[in-house]
Each structure stands twice: as structure tokens, then as C-alpha cells.
Design a protein around this ligand. Structure first.
Ligand code: PLP
Length: 425
């Protein structure tokens, strides 16, 4: 039998591979799985039914990622990913963890001790905040003016909360007065909003939402997945009690971690829970034993195996963001977004989000009458290696979403995208 290391792609002994595939092991990888036969008599005769044609090493094509995320990863971040994996309690790794925490505090602009990267994408951060802050029966008020506000409400409901959704117009910022008016009770435990609604390209001002939360006696939870290091996020100054983000947007890191920050009131709420957090994996009181043991006074201990190399990547991404300087980084995002918007308007395209409410890391543009969404995006990808996003939910088929995030927010990408769009639209 020729095995995995023989240099040829062959199936384990006894497996059947169509002749043309067996003779062409370097053809485009296709999976061949004999599992369906496992209930048959043939299975009894075949001791290795889970045969697979071993594919070539994966070599993804080079793309320019100008969609809603993931964004292009900075080469220095990719290089960081490939450094030697350490044990999750190795003192050298612990030093890196401490640096990551310190840099997260810096980008979130907070003194919060509990500023840690959750293992998982942005949705894991959303879920972490909600399952730690919400107990069954708690009242949660969510402003919904896009997909991600809706998701926050859904997660809160699954955590057993009594959720009030206040719906705003998609493509517009939430009106704080309407949010307040939509509340069905005088008191809430939590108010949740999205700072940068990636589905609509809208930026939400947070201080007026803080006032609404104050009026309801509620903690404030903010989704910063698409804003962190692309727009100012001022956790302490704006009085945000809990926030989460993702690595694959303006941090220009691969997807896989979700930086979360919990302020003193959120930590207090966690400490006063009647029941333990329903998710063991996302329980911050347990995760804290690994990430911030000083709070509990116990030695740092294992909770789950940290995604070591992703943390190298985040470390590098945060370093690059802080080296550039946050104000300069915000200004770069603003400048390139403005260039893109002007170019799109020159092409005769319309920007549905009013000025003053537009995101800089993500521009939403209306697909013109007769425009063929799928054809345009396919041609951009196939002819120019350029990815832009389509609409989500009710905006599907109506808009394109063009990202200029982190390392991808460059004048060159603006020019590249406008030239390609001019050609294919
Ligand atoms: N919140 C917002 C605003 C997002 O844009 C996204 C993803 O695009 C998420 C939450 C969910 O993040 P993820 O897809 O990384 O789980």
C-alpha cells in the first residue's frame, strides 16, 4: 500500500477510486468518500470504507479582499502566525498574553482589566457578553437596524432574556429618542447596539445611547466588530460597560479571535449572578483564571487551550495599529473612504447612507437599475481577483458593500476597485 508519505495521492488499501482520478492525482482536488456504503454488505468486505483521495496542499489564490471582512491580512501578521507554537502556560507565552491585554486596553481606550481575546470569531464575543451579563428573565433592549442588531437580540433571547427589539430604518443610524420610546418597561438590565452595522454601512453614535441606557438603569453593550481601530471607540469616555470586536476587519488579522472588554459594572454584574453562566466555554469568570488571574488572586490556570498562533497574529496586528497611531489610522480610513465615495459617485452610483452616518471601513453602494449583482461580483473576482460583498437580508441584490479595512484601506485599493468596477458594471 502506498501511504500519505509516498509522495502520491492514493487511497488506503481496499478503497475504490475511479480510474481517471487514480491516474491523475494532481487533478483539481475532489473528495471521494465511500462512507455511504458503510451500511451495505460491501462494507463488511471492505475494512477501510472511509477512503479519500488525498488532496494537494491547499494553495489559496491571491485575492484583494474588499468586502465586509475578512480583510487583507498584513504580511507581518501572516508571518507572526507561522512562528513556533508554545505551550499555553509557557512563561514566554504568558508575557505575550499580558502584552495583548495591555494593547487591547489601548485600542479600546479603557482601563478595564477584563480586556481579553475570546477564542472564536466576533459572534463568540457577542455571545460571551450576553451569556455572562444576562440571566433568564432579564430585560434586554436592542436597537435593530441591520442584521447584527437582529443577531444580538436573537442571542439574548436564547440566553433566556425578555427582549424588546426596537427597529430602526436600515441604512440609517438609530434615533435614540425612538429607542427610548420603544422600550416597553421603565427598567432594563441591558441595552445593546451595534456601533458599525456592517450589513448597512452605518455608524452609530454611542453617547446618546448611553443616556438611554442610564434612563433605564441598564448596562450598555456595544458591538465594535467593524469599528475597532477603523473608527474611534472610546470605551471609558463613552461609558460602555461591555464591548466585543473581531480580528478580521480593521485589525487585518485572520478571523478567529474576538477581543472583549468588560467594565467594572459588568464585572460586578457577573459576580452577582444567581446562576452560573450557561456556557462553560464562554464563562468569563472561568476564562479570567487563565487571562487575568490577578483579579481572583489564584495562580494562572488552564481553562481551554488558547489558540496560540492566532494570538501571535493578534499581538502583531495590535502592535501595528498602535505603531501607526490610532488618530492617524482613523484619518487614513476616513481619507480613503472619502476617495472611494467620490469615485463611486463619479461612476454614477448612489450612496444610500446619508453623510455623517457613513462608515469609513465599509461603503455601501446601490446597485444601479438593471445591474447584475452576481455577474459583477463574479467578474470582479475572476478577472481582477477582487472581492466585494453583496447585500444582506432585505438589502440582498440591492447593494454592494465595499470594504477598506485596516491594511486594505489604501489609495491603491480605491483605484483598483474603481477601475475594475468601471470595467465590469
Ligand atoms: N457584528 C458585526 C457588526 C459584524 O459585522 C459581524 C461579522 O461580520 C459580526 C458581528 C459577527 O462576527 P463573525 O462573523 O466574526 O462571527
Amino acid at each position: 500500500m502506498q501511504g500519505r508519505y509516498s509522495g502520491r495521492s492514493v487511497a488506503p488499501e481496499g478503497a475504490t477510486i475511479p480510474r481517471e482520478r487514480a491516474l491523475a492525482p494532481h487533478a483539481a482536488p475532489r473528495f471521494f468518500c465511500a462512507r455511504a456504503r458503510s451500511q451495505t454488505a460491501a462494507h463488511l468486505l471492505n475494512p477501510t470504507p472511509y477512503a479519500v483521495q488525498i488532496p494537494r496542499p491547499a494553495l489559496p489564490p491571491h485575492r484583494v479582499l474588499m468586502g465586509p471582512g475578512p480583510s487583507d491580512v498584513d504580511p507581518a501578521v501572516l508571518a507572526a502566525l507561522s512562528r513556533p507554537t508554545l505551550g499555553h502556560l509557557d512563561p514566554a507565552f504568558v508575557d505575550l498574553m499580558e502584552e495583548v491585554r495591555a494593547m487591547l486596553r489601548a485600542v479600546y481606550r479603557t482601563d478595564n482589566d477584563v480586556s481579553v481575546p475570546i477564542s472564536g470569531t466576533g459572534s463568540a464575543g457577542m455571545e460571551t457578553c450576553i451569556v455572562n451579563l444576562v440571566e433568564p428573565g432579564d430585560r434586554v433592549l436592542v436597537g435593530v437596524h441591520g442584521v447584527f442588531g437582529g443577531r444580538m437580540a436573537d442571542v439574548a433571547r436564547r440566553a433566556g432574556a425578555d427582549v424588546t427589539e426596537v427597529h430602526g430604518e436600515w441604512g440609517r443610524a438609530l434615533d435614540p429618542a425612538a429607542l427610548r420610546a420603544g422600550a416597553e418597561h421603565d427598567r432594563y438590565d441591558l441595552v445593546g447596539v451595534v456601533h458599525a452595522e456592517t450589513s448597512t454601512g452605518v455608524l452609530q453614535s454611542i453617547p446618546p445611547i448611553r443616556e438611554v441606557a442610564d434612563g433605564l438603569g441598564a448596562l450598555l453593550l456595544v458591538d465594535c466588530v467593524t469599528s475597532l481601530t477603523g473608527h474611534a471607540v472610546e470605551v471609558d469616555r463613552w461609558g460602555i460597560d461591555a464591548a466585543y470586536s473581531g480580528t478580521q476587519k480593521c485589525l487585518s488579522c485572520p478571523p478567529g479571535l474576538s477581543p472583549v472588554t468588560f467594565g467594572p459594572r459588568a464585572v460586578e454584574r457577573l459576580g452577582k449572578r444567581d446562576r452560573s453562566v450557561q456556557s462553560w466555554y464562554l464563562d468569563l469568570s472561568l476564562i479570567g483564571g487563565y487571562w487575568s488571574p490577578e483579579a481572583g488572586g489564584a495562580p494562572r490556570s488552564y481553562h481551554h487551550t488558547a489558540p496560540i498562533n492566532m494570538l501571535y497574529a493578534l499581538h502583531e496586528a495590535l502592535r501595528l495599529a498602535l505603531e501607526e497611531g490610532l488618530p492617524a489610522r482613523f484619518e487614513r480610513h476616513a481619507r480613503n473612504a472619502e476617495l472611494l465615495r467620490a469615485g463611486l459617485v463619479d461612476l454614477g452610483l448612489e450612496l444610500p447612507v446619508p453623510e455623517g452616518e457613513r462608515l469609513n471601513p465599509l461603503t455601501v453602494v446601490t446597485i444601479p437599475d438593471g445591474g447584475d449583482d452576481a455577474r459583477v461580483r463574479t467578474e470582479l473576482l475572476e478577472r481582477f481577483g477582487l472581492e466585494i460583498g453583496g447585500g444582506l437580508g432585505p438589502m440582498k441584490g440591492k447593494v454592494w458593500r465595499i470594504g477598506l479595512m485596516g491594511a486594505g484601506s489604501t489609495e491603491r485599493n480605491v483605484a483598483r476597485c474603481l477601475a475594475a468596477l468601471r470595467d465590469v458594471r
